[in-house]
Design a protein around this ligand. Structure first.
Ligand SMILES: Cc1ncc(COP(=O)(O)O)c(C=O)c1O
Length: 426
């Protein structure tokens, strides 16, 4: 579609919250395109969901074809797109995950479903999460997430959540060095279980890499230690792979990268490929028992979204595709590390595949939040779309473009990023 086909300019005055210019009209691959035809490299892949890029032709085709056959029907009936999606996810998942619940259309409801399954399976209630976790925007997931500021305006909170320090080695809560800490952040969870919860913990729900919290990559061995702790206490380990799943790290699942088999994995965002609202919960046999009636939604198992997700998996489930994610991700990481030698404000470059974060620091090592926010605000003037971390309270810039990015596009992204950094550092 050309930008001139976009029709008469609409306005957003009826919106509950103000929406800011520019008005976006289309997209192509890694680019989002505005009404003036300006093309922005989207470093946040929409809301981290454009895994195979804007307007991916195969996803469009799958949606169109399914729309001609059956747009939707009640999820109590079998359908081909839903059967295909559930089977495909189970085939791709770590071997112990044998079931797929696909009657969810958002990450928040996928997380809630996995928690309800854990409660059902254990007969327990509480949930342990991390300080910087972002697990969704429903009342329950906001109550369980870290980032207390997000809970502040709301009187009613769900009970039973306990947050523990993140495995954030760059700013270790326990002031430890990863080479000698003996995984203190996991060991101390024993104290939280004993003193801070009701002693009735059903699940630990944790992001494979904390996205919104600052692209925090748990160190090697973290998940093995966490798995052992969960086994010792009969707690279900649920990995939120809503950002990391479906190829984002260059592995189909980040749990593969971490070498851990959780009891459940939740998916969303990139599963829909080019923006379709498909989420999922993958579980092992020990998490069964929740009735179909207890976690089902009108727009869960939407057939257009399921067809889009199958088309997305067809693209991503290819060793060459995943190798490109790892290659281009490493290439960007290397370029950022090279920039770090010239710009001491870059304190840390971290991430896996195309899930990267750049942490800015003052000369004393404290978080440089001001420059981070200025860069996010000015990014579009430099042809980049960037989203803040912790709603502007953090000093981490995230680079998570669509997974189809080429090295040439990665070079352009890095060139623009450095120009932006230099311009806003003045
Ligand atoms: C790690 C993680 N989990 C869960 C969610 C919630 O997903 P949704 O917005 O689709 O409800 C998000 C969304 O940003 C997320 O990043």
């Amino acid at each position: 579609m050309s930008t001139t086909d976009a029709g008469p300019k609409s306005d957003s005055s009826a919106f509950y919250n103000p929406i800011h210019d520019p008005r976006m009209v289309t997209g192509e691959g890694v680019y989002l395109i505005d009404g003036e035809g300006r093309r922005y490299i989207d470093c946040s892949s929409g809301t981290y969901n454009m895994s195979v890029g804007y307007q991916n032709p195969a996803v469009i085709r799958a949606i169109k074809e399914q729309a001609e056959i059956l747009i939707d029907c009640a999820s109590r009936f079998e359908t081909d797109p839903a059967n295909r999606l559930a089977q495909r996810l189970v085939d791709l998942a770590p071997p112990s995950l044998t079931r797929a619940h696909i009657n969810v259309s958002s990450g928040s409801t996928a997380n809630e479903g996995a928690l309800r399954m854990a409660q059902q399976a254990t007969g327990r209630r509480d949930v342990v999460t991390t300080f910087r976790a972002h697990l969704g925007q429903t009342l329950w997931t906001i109550s369980l997430s870290g980032n207390a500021f997000r809970r502040a305006p709301f009187a009613l909170e769900a009970a039973g959540g306990t947050q523990v320090p993140d495995p954030y080695c760059f700013r270790c809560f326990y002031a430890q060095d990863p080479s000698t800490c003996k995984m203190m952040c996991v060991d101390r969870i024993n104290d939280f279980l004993e003193y801070a919860t009701s002693g009735n913990v059903a699940a630990i729900l944790i992001e494979a890499i904390s996205g919104y919290g600052g692209n925090i990559v748990p160190p090697p061995g973290y998940f093995q230690a966490l798995r052992a702790l969960c086994d010792e206490h009969g707690i279900k380990l649920i990995m939120d792979e809503i950002q990391t799943g479906i190829g984002r790290t260059g592995y189909m699942f980040a749990s593969e990268y971490h070498g851990v088999e959780p009891d459940a994995i939740t998916l969303g965002k990139g599963l829909g490929g080019s923006g379709a609202p498909q989420a999922a919960i993958l579980t092992n046999d020990g998490m069964t028992g929740l009735s179909g009636l207890d976690h089902s939604f009108t727009f869960g198992t939407n057939l257009l979204a399921a067809a889009a997700a199958v088309a997305t998996l067809d693209i991503i489930d290819d060793p060459a595709f995943l190798a490109n994610v790892r290659d281009v991700g490493q290439y960007i990481k290397d370029r950022l590390a090279e920039m770090q030698t010239r710009h001491p404000v870059i304190g840390d470059v971290r991430g896996v595949g195309l899930m990267l974060g750049v942490e800015l620091v003052h000369t004393d090592g404290s978080p440089e939040v001001g420059l981070t926010n200025r860069m996010i605000d000015a990014a579009m003037d430099h042809g980049l779309v960037m989203r803040p971390t912790r709603s502007g309270r953090s000093s981490v810039l995230k680079i998570k473009p669509p997974l189809i990015m080429t090295r040439a596009e990665a070079d352009l992204l890095c060139d623009r990023f450095e120009q932006l950094l230099v311009a806003e550092s003045r």
